[in-house]
Design a protein around this ligand. Structure first.
Ligand code: ZN
Length: 424
């Protein structure tokens, strides 16, 4: 086991430093080469974006998000100039005092070579969702061969069914004008069932945050809840893992999100159908505008719910926005600019959107998993959103008027595959 660094690194792994001295915990065991990269990059399973920065850092250490009982394959192209490296895997975890990060060796793997690629297969035997890290070893040092076309895939052990728990936070019922919360829930469930065709949604429950058995008093039913203002946690994630519905997808419906133009948020590959951090998707019935606020129509709320749920299950935007990629730390941008689109063959992307600075939004929070918004642009611009070839895809990052949205076959396959990885 090795001491990594102080608490800051849990919030963001950039700048993570390994102490190379004093690592003699297991002197008689095999040679262990701890990651020394700072773990700025990482992969989640079944992501088809290029992830060139993760490939470049695999030997010195990237993170992998893993779930109990799932089977994973990490693969990349053979470099004929080097012998096959061993892959070492480490569990990254907090010390008991909550201040230090540790890396503990999990196992060392040899690859199988198939079609010119190294394939490393392993099962995650953790009891909970975990963060693992890598190193590639050759001749007792870091592998120096080229790592290209990296791919991390996973197969889960759980069902392809789930339920949704719609949590009304604050005075939602009073603030809705054109429809009731019940009507919204009915239409929401119908739309999920119509579009999420690769999985089965068993039930949609409605709950009032004010009636939560232990947290209810924090969420009075007679005033609007502003996510990011009424409490620090913009995702209201303490409401996730609702008592009695511990394994449902929790959607927190608030008055609005305290950031101009943001209709909803989910973490990318949130991957938590239980409780705690990453267990919620947040939506507003209203949107914060330059002039104040504006009510959304029912279709606007439903479309945002389906979009954010796509992120929850690991879908990227069809075209990345600058905010998706940019990762500033100490005035240096660590973003992986190879990930300009989702990498899927059956979703187009929009080059003109990549080129524009329209989609740069201010983030207020850094998390291990990146927050993925759905955005409405207020400013007039010569750039025509509706001309983007992916504007009709549910995972297009911006709202588009009068478009019927859909998911592609590959997107639906990823939703099912990742759902089955999440314990529920
Ligand atoms: Zn989004």
């Amino acid at each position: 086991m090795k001491n990594f660094c102080k608490k800051f690194c849990v919030l963001y792994f950039l700048g993570l430093v390994l102490f190379l001295a004093g690592c003699g915990d297991e002197p008689d065991k095999e040679f262990i080469l701890y990651p020394d990269s700072g773990l700025a990059f990482g992969l989640f399973p079944n992501d088809y974006a290029k992830n060139d920065s993760s490939a470049a850092n695999l030997a010195h250490g990237i993170t992998l998000i893993v779930h109990p009982n799932a089977t994973y394959q990490l693969s990349f192209d053979v470099d004929p100039n080097f012998e096959a490296p061993k892959l070492q895997l480490f569990r990254i975890f907090m010390s008991d005092n909550g201040e230090d990060l540790h890396a503990q060796p999990v196992r060392t793997l040899d690859p199988v070579v198939k079609n010119g690629r190294y394939i490393y297969s392993f099962v995650c035997e953790e009891r909970e969702n975990a963060l693992w890290a890598t190193s590639l070893i050759q001749n007792n040092t870091y592998y120096e061969g080229r790592v290209s076309n990296i791919r991390f895939t996973g197969e889960g052990a759980y069902s392809d069914h789930f339920s949704i728990n719609l949590i009304l936070v604050g005075n939602i019922e009073d603030e809705l004008e054109e429809f009731t919360a019940k009507e919204l829930a009915t239409n929401l469930l119908a739309e999920y069932r119509k579009l999420y065709t690769s999985v089965t949604i068993d039930t949609l429950y409605i709950n009032q945050a004010a009636e939560h058995p232990t947290l209810g008093k924090t969420y009075p039913a007679n005033e609007p809840w502003i996510a990011g203002r009424s409490s620090d946690d913009i995702m209201v994630s303490e409401l996730g893992g609702w008592p009695g519905l511990e394994n449902a997808l929790d959607i927190t419906l608030v008055h609005f999100i305290d950031q101009e133009g943001i209709l909803g948020y989910s973490n990318l590959f949130s991957a938590n159908l239980g409780k705690g951090l990453g267990s919620t998707v947040v939506l507003g019935t209203h949107i914060k505008t330059p002039a104040g606020e504006e009510a959304l129509d029912m279709q606007g709320i439903i479309e945002t719910a389906l979009h954010e749920t796509g992120h929850f299950f690991g879908l990227r935007h069809t075209t990345a926005t600058r905010a998706d990629i940019e990762t500033i730390f100490d005035d240096y941008d660590f973003g992986d600019y190879s990930n300009l689109e989702d990498g899927l063959e059956d979703t187009p992307s929009c080059n003109s959107l990549v080129a524009t600075s329209l989609t740069k939004v201010q983030r207020t929070d850094f998390r291990i998993n990146r927050l993925m918004p759905r955005i409405r642009i207020f400013a007039n611009s010569s750039f025509k959103i509706e001309d983007c070839p992916d504007a009709g895809n549910y995972m297009f990052p911006l709202t588009v008027e009068n478009k019927t949205l859909s998911f592609s076959k590959q997107q639906l396959a990823i939703i099912r595959q990742n759902l089955m990885i999440f314990p529920h």
